[in-house]
Design a protein around this ligand. Structure first.
Ligand SMILES: NC(=O)c1ccc[n+]([C@@H]2O[C@H](COP(=O)([O-])OP(=O)(O)OC[C@H]3O[C@@H](n4cnc5c(N)ncnc54)[C@H](OP(=O)(O)O)[C@@H]3O)[C@@H](O)[C@H]2O)c1
Length: 270
């Protein structure tokens, strides 16, 4: 028997677009009670109006701000009367080489992709402990299992999220809180438009990525079945297999590609 989502009290971050928006639709269909968070209040409200047959609240939240993270969990518990699921889906990417990046980009990406979800988890634990079939769901990336060139900040932040997810899985077992890791490959969303930096040279074809609805359906299935880790997409599966079984070959292929792309670029510091 899987987890029954009907009546589950859920906080979902990054619900205003892409994977989060599609996941909100799936969760509402399954009968979950939702608190949706993101910065774009208008988009959240428009989405909430389409989600009928269940309870939906929106809490506009800037996840970079600690007081707004605290407000999100407090308001969710007040509105829903408790908490069963925390889904850390919000994220930003950054695309460009580390040699020409700066500390501000690293701090911004780490704040949204790592510090915000970990803070929300800490705030949510006392409530999830009293929850019904409680779970924490962290949306990482294939870049969180294999660091990729031109994604240094993003890879680092998503690796950190994978690390804490694994650490918490056994810690949370004593509170009966499941911890689920989501590892998607490329998906067709607004991630590109919202990047902290967009200066990579390779052609990034998000249009060829998975539809957000497919990713959301796989995440929902993982939550229902209580999977420990859900790798989504043929690109992610290929990359993680190559990384596991042929890491040096994968390094060579990627290095060759980077050298070719940057053959005409000046060396760092010149
Ligand atoms: N698309 C991909 O190829 C891909 C692949 C692997 C993993 N992922 C991961 O999937 C998750 C969802 O991304 P997506 O692809 O659906 O991208 P998206 O369409 O850009 O959605 C990102 C969501 O995060 C929210 N967000 C960003 N910065 C925020 C902030 N400072 N405070 C509050 N909310 C913030 C955005 O809402 P507002 O702008 O309204 O605040 C939006 O709802 C991310 O964690 C991403 O890293 C995506």
């Amino acid at each position: 028997m899987g987890r029954n989502l009907a009546g589950k009290r859920v906080v979902l971050t990054g619900a205003s677009s892409g994977i989060g928006k599609a996941l909100a639709v799936e969760l509402a269909k399954a009968g979950a009670h939702l608190v949706l968070a993101a910065r774009s209040a208008d988009k959240l409200d428009a989405l909430a109006k389409t989600l009928t047959g269940t309870t939906v609240f929106t809490v506009p939240t800037e996840l970079a701000k600690a007081d707004q993270r605290e407000n999100l969990i407090r308001t969710a518990v007040e509105k829903l009367g408790g908490l069963d699921l925390l889904i850390n889906n919000a994220g930003i990417a950054s695309w460009g080489h580390f040699a020409t990046s700066d500390e501000a980009v690293m701090r911004e990406v780490m704040e949204i992709n790592f510090f915000a979800p970990t803070d929300l988890i800490r705030l949510a634990i006392p409530h999830l402990t009293n929850g019904n079939e409680a779970a924490i769901v962290n949306v990482s990336s294939m870049c969180g299992r294999r660091g990729m060139p031109a994604w240094p900040e993003y890879s680092a932040s998503k690796f950190a999220l994978c690390g804490i997810t694994e650490s918490l899985r056994s810690e949370m077992a004593r509170f009966d809180i499941e911890v689920i890791l989501i590892v998607p490959g490329m998906a067709k969303t607004s991630l590109r438009e919202n990047m902290a930096r967009n200066e990579g040279k390779a052609k990034l074809d998000f249009e060829k990525g998975m539809p957000a609805e497919d990713v959301a359906a796989r995440i929902l299935n993982g939550i229902i079945k209580g999977k420990r880790e859900v790798v989504i997409g043929s690109d992610a599966k290929w990359m993680l297999r190559m990384h596991r079984w042929f890491p040096r070959l994968l390094d060579r292929l990627i290095c060759r590609r980077v050298k070719k792309l940057y053959a005409q670029a000046p060396a760092a510091g010149k």
